[in-house]
Design a protein around this ligand. Structure first.
Ligand SMILES: C[S@@+](CC[C@H](N)C(=O)[O-])C[C@H]1O[C@@H](n2cnc3c(N)ncnc32)[C@H](O)[C@@H]1O
Length: 219
């Protein structure tokens, strides 16, 4: 089954005149309930991998979720024992997500995630933030991840849309593991590049799962 996708737009012209670097453009989408990227809960594959223990807070408890949206994935991590900092620049998300995360020992920060500075974390979870950024911002995304993660920390990625032709533009812009590897080199090693067992059925493009480890010296 396919429906008009996704994070943020697959319908021609729908984003015309809207600069998705502007928080207000995203806030309008949330206010209008026009959020086809929103899973309504944690992405099923992320939930599955949390339940399996793959994303258990064993090597440290601090997690960062940039571009968290309504925070479903962030809340799932917090319920699994992570101390989560969730960041999104869209005004209006804080009212609900802030108290919900605080009740689980985490925090929501309304800010440009690409400028995030804070104590290094043990896990960064990426889900449809990278693909929503203008491709010219991708080096800043990689710099954020490198800055945020402690040595040996994990970057977990729900890779999407992995098979969308670049010529179709975006958002969502094609995001694939090989490109992430190149972007993150040499400070990260790829430790998993796997099929998704529980994809979000309505997505019309391929999802994959990747995990990277920040090398010990960050070099
Ligand atoms: C496609 S949505 C995905 C939201 C969430 N990850 C999810 O899966 O539901 C992209 C999110 O990134 C946020 N965003 C885009 N650029 C951002 C930036 N530079 N800093 C913080 N948030 C940003 C938007 O406000 C939006 O909530």
């Amino acid at each position: 089954m396919t429906e008009p996708d996704e994070a943020t737009d697959e319908r021609p012209g729908r984003a015309e005149g809207v600069d998705l670097r502007e928080p207000s453009a995203w806030a309008e989408r949330y206010d209008a309930g026009d959020t086809p990227w929103d899973c309504g809960g944690p992405h099923p594959e992320i939930a599955r991998r949390i339940a399996s223990g793959e994303l258990a807070p064993t090597g440290g408890r601090r997690a960062l979720v940039p571009g968290c949206g309504r925070g479903h994935d962030a809340l799932a991590l917090a319920r699994a024992g992570w101390t989560v900092t969730a960041v999104d620049f869209a005004p209006g998300l804080a009212a609900e997500l802030g108290p919900a995360l605080a009740a689980l020992g985490g925090e929501f920060v309304e800010a440009n995630a690409l400028e995030w500075q804070g104590e290094p974390v043990d896990l960064v979870l990426e889900h449809t933030f990278h693909c929503a950024l203008p491709p010219t911002e991708r080096p800043r995304w990689a710099a954020l991840v490198a800055r945020a993660l402690r040595p040996r920390g994990t970057l977990a990625v729900l890779v999407f849309p992995a098979d969308k032709p670049v010529s179709e533009g975006g958002p969502p812009h094609r995001t694939e593991t090989a490109e992430l590897s190149a972007l993150l080199a040499p400070a990260f090693e790829l430790v998993a590049d796997e099929a998704v067992e529980q994809p979000l059925e309505r997505r019309q493009w391929l999802e994959r799962w990747a995990r990277f480890r920040r090398t010990s010296d960050g070099a």
